[in-house]
Design a protein around this ligand. Structure first.
Ligand SMILES: [Zn+2]
Length: 121
């Protein structure tokens, strides 16, 4: 069994462990993603364990109640996004510990034109 991948926010209040390969990385230019600046790493939610949560995650929900952008309420690091079908969540690959994000194979998704219409600014 490969070693789990660890992610954490900047202040360390939130940390996660994931049993999934670091692949399916995506950057999106939709109205929300471009502002959060996250690199989405799509993983099954049941492969993710919360290791530390000394402060609750803060959530920005929009469009539908089950969709949310979750970030550390202390340091503001974008940690994950929920609201995808089939039990998938998107972790922020920028929070992976000990990795140079410039070395990650990231694809781009044109969410600006392909996402269903929501709040656009
Ligand atoms: Zn934090």
């Amino acid at each position: 069994m490969p070693k789990p991948t660890r992610l954490s926010c900047h202040c360390g209040a939130i940390s996660l462990e994931v049993d999934a390969p670091v692949e399916r990385l995506l950057q999106c230019n939709c109205s929300t993603c471009r502002r959060f600046g996250a690199i989405h790493w799509y993983v099954p939610a049941d492969k993710v364990r919360m290791l530390e949560q000394s402060r609750p995650l803060s959530t920005y929900a929009w469009r539908h109640v089950h969709e949310g952008h979750h970030f550390c309420g202390t340091c503001g690091s974008s940690v994950m996004r929920t609201g995808y079908p089939d039990g998938v969540i998107a972790l922020n690959a920028c929070c992976i510990e000990q990795v140079d994000i410039f070395s990650l194979p990231v694809e781009r998704f044109d969410g600006r034109t392909k996402m269903p219409p929501g709040i656009t600014r």
